[in-house]
Design a protein. Structure first.
Length: 310
């Protein structure tokens, strides 16, 4: 099985020089990054600011962790901080308020904590623009999860979920029932199981599949069949999905051009070069989008519309 570390180390260099050139040439074009974190693997705020600026990002949404607790849904604490030492909601709020022209913030809490809906609603009332990143070991259709889906719909904010086989938000094959049950809630899918399932032939244990894609996987169908399903292009899983079969990606972008959102989820410090998966994803989108209109939808327009940004 290909690991995240192996994929990132082998796959970024090919797009690095292209990404640097395109970031410079397209710097005047706004880009919304819907997926970033504070204290990501202990990265400083200064490095975060520099990273986003170097990538040409004009608006960034900070996704916080939930409360650090020891319980099964956090793998007894091992996946606290979104398994990456990320900051919680209050620091994310304060950081965004300190940089109001370029940063927004989301609200989060451990899904199955009894006070999770109340805690998240508190932050939504203060201006959080999304719920997430929901990255906890719960069934994706659990009663606790459904309370948050209902809350997101009530406040008209999206909820972003990390789907990872046997690890986070379990039962992706049943998620269509949630899309149908909560038609007024906008869901954003992310991570290995979400992106692996662009392929109808996906083996669920393979988190970073390679090779040609057979269209018609669960993710392909969810995006086509449910107006409230959106796709977060971030992380190594998103980049892998883009680059494993370029012909498929062009068709995927054409089919789902109004549903795909750029996110980086990149812990790099520089915002350029072979270590920056976020810049490589921008370069891949620009390379594989079937036309300029679709490129701009993915990098900016879709997120502007979904998050109701001026």
């Amino acid at each position: 099985m290909t690991s995240r570390r192996t994929f990132l180390s082998s796959g970024l260099a090919a797009l690095a020089s292209r990404g640097m050139a395109q970031t410079e040439s397209a710097a005047v074009e706004p880009i919304i990054d819907i997926h970033q974190h504070m204290n990501y693997h202990l990265r400083t705020d200064e490095h975060l600011l520099a990273h986003q600026k170097a990538m040409g990002i004009t608006t960034t949404i900070i996704l916080p962790a939930g409360t650090y607790v020891n319980r099964p849904s956090t793998h007894n604490g091992k996946s606290n901080g979104l398994a990456a030492k990320c900051a919680t909601t209050e620091p994310a709020r304060d950081f965004a308020k300190a940089h109001p022209d370029a940063y927004l913030w989301a609200a989060n809490e451990v899904t199955d904590l009894e006070n999770a809906p109340v805690e998240i609603e508190k932050w939504l009332k203060q201006g959080a623009c999304m719920i997430g990143e929901q990255k906890f070991m719960v069934e994706c259709d659990s009663p606790a999860s459904q309370k948050l889906y209902e809350l997101a719909g009530a406040y008209k904010v999206p909820i972003l979920l990390h789907f990872q086989h046997q690890t986070y938000n379990l039962g992706y094959d049943r998620f269509h029932t949630m899309l149908a049950k909560f038609p007024n809630t906008n869901f954003i899918g992310h991570a290995q199981t979400f992106w692996g399932n662009i392929d109808k032939m996906q083996e669920q244990k393979n988190l970073y599949p390679k090779g040609k894609v057979t269209p018609g996987g669960l993710t392909d169908r969810y995006l086509a069949d449910y107006p409230n399903m959106f796709a977060d292009m971030s992380a190594g899983s998103g980049l892998n999905a883009l680059t494993r079969d370029e012909d498929h990606t062009r068709g995927f972008f054409e089919r789902h051009q109004d549903k795909v959102l750029y996110g980086s989820d990149c812990a790099d410090h520089l915002g350029r070069g072979p270590g920056c998966q976020g810049a490589a994803t921008i370069a891949a989108i620009r390379k594989l989008a079937p036309n300029k209109e679709v490129e701009r939808k993915i990098l900016f327009e879709n997120s502007k519309k979904l998050f109701r940004l001026a």
